[in-house]
Design a protein around this ligand. Sequence first.
Ligand code: HEM
Length: 399
Amino acid sequence: MAESVSGCPVFHGNINLEQPTGTLIKEFKGMRAESPIFWNEDPGYWIVLKADYVREIFQNGAVFSSESITPNEPNPEFKWIPGNTEAPKHVEYRQILNKAFGPKAVEKFEPMAREYARSIAESLKDQGGCEFNEAFAGVFPVRIFLEMINYPWELQPKFARISDTIFNGIFGLDGCTMDDTLAAMKEIRDFFEPELAARHANPRDPDKDFLQFVMNSTIQGEPISDDDVLNMFNQLVLAGLDTVKSQLGYAFLHLATHPEDRQRIIDNPELIPSANEEFLRAYPLVMDGRKVREDINFHGVEMKAGQMVQLVLVSATHDEDAFENADEVIIDRAKNNHLAFGAGPHRCMGSHLTRMEMRVALEEWHKVIPNYELAVPLSEIRERGGQLSLRGLPLKWST
Ligand code: HEM
């Protein structure tokens, strides 16, 4: 068993495993102290841990390609748009998506999101407790997403199940494999394919129907292909549902276990946006990758063309060289240039939506259920690795 590759220590563990919450943060801290980059022996890719290196890779598409962003799949069978595309087409895809996910578009959905958050909290209030993932975090973002793409919210269970299966398959959880992931992605395609056909036959008003708007757009002067549209919706489902659910889970875990911070946001709701930025920094979910285009010496490490690098955001945002008191959650942190949404040209398209959803969720929930705590000991709260997410969050409160 090699102990060092190109001067980097070799990692023998499995980042994707389910573990008690916080285990990975501690493990990465120990690793960072040893080296900014590790070689992950199985399946064989670089693990990048320091904030400045992670930022540099995100920003250097000339060397680090987005052809694959899944660290353990250098040649994926699927293509996500815009995630797996490059300039100049990448820029055009993003311009199309901005119609629905830009700040102005997102603003319009705030009243509906607020009403929905409030109504879920009201419906839970007298129960004295809930499984937060199931009762709130897993439904709230899915419904808003469906509303934004003009589909009925009755589809929520279907899309939530598809999203769960995709991630369980990628990370080998709940008995799922990569085959289940591919089948779930196909289900998204199978859902949208007839939707496209119906619009080809009878076009709708693109101002009222986002799918029609996307279908009417052009890429490099040519009408966008059906395949591109399907790959775009595939990425939207994948990127937009599990992420907000998971981020809300960490925010509420923190607030359930830190009553003093909870009281501060109840007394000063204007603190909520900065608290959310801090939750994004302290618990960033994503650990995706880039593919090395050509042999390169990256800060002394010989990386070979075709190899993958994994950008571990939860390590980068706990890097003491980039963030003061990085392991502390400071809900009014003054300077917070976190990397939770990535950086560079592929920076998250859904950041405005995420910020709105999180702000509204925290504001409305705390108006209805201000005091709550974990219903089980903290040691029983477990998280998924790979792309961080709490596996469950039982909360209780007095009625
Ligand atoms: C807490 C919530 C979220 C987090 C932490 C998050 C994080 C990220 C990160 C780190 C990236 C960069 C990936 C890379 O460079 O390889 C990304 C890209 C992306 N995100 Fe998000 N995301 C969130 C929510 C959303 C939502 C709600 C949507 C929309 C429905 C969305 C849509 C996208 C898309 C389309 C991309 C690809 C952008 C591109 O490749 O140009 N995300 N996200």
